[in-house]
Design a protein around this ligand. Structure first.
Ligand code: ATP
Length: 278
């Protein structure tokens, strides 16, 4: 129908960019560029480096599982610098050149608290920082939403940004994310956290997990409702690794009463948006 067409065009650029990025992560180099733009995403679950070429096309990328950030705050400063530096070196080996410029992002609301720490991590790893932006603004450089709510369900937190006429008018960040999903699975299946997290990431298990995860998804939905109800939000757009869960959008749509959409792969939207703002 018409709705589907609207959605497909909405995510066309995003889906293409993420596909191109997935094609270059941990893959041999396809082409060189005169300048490289790097996005550094320091997350609760992953640290991602996305590198774009002179035409803002993905050219290289790397990521590592890390627990150096909690609730949007850098808790392991030395560990964070070490991992960003290692990923930077890894990519430089491949590109045969030094990566100089990087942009980074922060969860909404932590700007005044933690922008110094993120900046120092990125600089400590040897980058010249060109921009520091908030995560939903970064994500929207890829999604290009004019009106509605971007909901970023990551590892540790759910970030919400409300857009009006293409501008972010409200942001919030609450401590519920994929980590809590994994804890619920660990409890229900008597698994370790790592086992549960791995089990959760396997798409084959998503259908079976839905009833187990329903309450925590409803909790996220109530967070979304709480922050969107005072605004004239008509649509919800999902990004972040946790939104890889097949069917999460249906529960959120039902609980919030808002049409809810997500791109093909919601996982790398924010790091790519950061790189686009480098
Ligand atoms: P935050 O935004 O909270 O700082 P982050 O940036 O590290 O964290 P993301 O990389 O967006 O967060 O998402 C990480 C979360 O996504 C983890 O909890 C991880 O288990 C989950 N995740 C990754 N892939 C999948 C998948 N295929 N299915 C379900 N969950 C997934």
């Amino acid at each position: 129908g018409t709705k589907m067409e609207t959605v497909n065009t909405t995510f066309q650029y995003c889906d293409q960019l993420v596909r191109d990025f997935e094609r270059v992560i941990n893959k041999p180099l396809l082409h060189k560029s005169s300048v490289y733009y790097t996005g550094v995403d320091l997350g609760t679950a992953y640290i991602v480096l996305a590198v774009l070429d002179e035409n803002y096309q993905p050219v290289a990328g790397a990521y590592r599982y890390a627990s150096v950030v909690k609730d949007g705050m850098v808790v392991d400063y030395i560990g964070a610098i070490r991992i960003v530096r290692e990923l930077k070196h890894e990519l430089e080996q491949k590109l045969g050149t030094e990566l100089i410029y990087a942009a980074a992002a922060l969860p909404p609301g932590t700007f005044s608290l933690d922008s110094g720490a993120i900046k120092h991590v990125v600089e400590g790893a040897g980058f010249e920082i060109t921009n520091l932006l908030d995560e939903p603004t970064a994500a929207n450089a890829v999604l290009k939403i004019k009106d509605g709510a971007i909901v970023d369900i990551g590892g540790g937190t759910t970030g919400i940004a409300i857009l009006k006429d293409g501008k972010v008018i409200y942001v919030a960040d609450e401590p519920t994310g994929g980590t809590h999903f994994s804890l619920v699975i660990a409890g229900a299946y008597r698994m370790s956290f790592d086992q549960a997290d791995q089990y959760k990431r396997d798409f084959k298990n998503h259908r079976e997990l839905m009833p187990v995860l329903q309450p925590v998804i409803e909790k996220v939905s109530s967070i979304i409702s709480k922050h969107t109800r005072d605004f004239d939000v008509k649509e919800v757009y999902l990004v972040g690794g946790t939104c890889c869960l097949q069917g999460i959008e249906d529960i959120i749509a039902k609980k919030t009463g808002l049409p809810t959409f997500k791109p093909q792969n919601p996982m790398f939207v924010t790091p790519l948006g950061i790189a686009l703002n480098c």
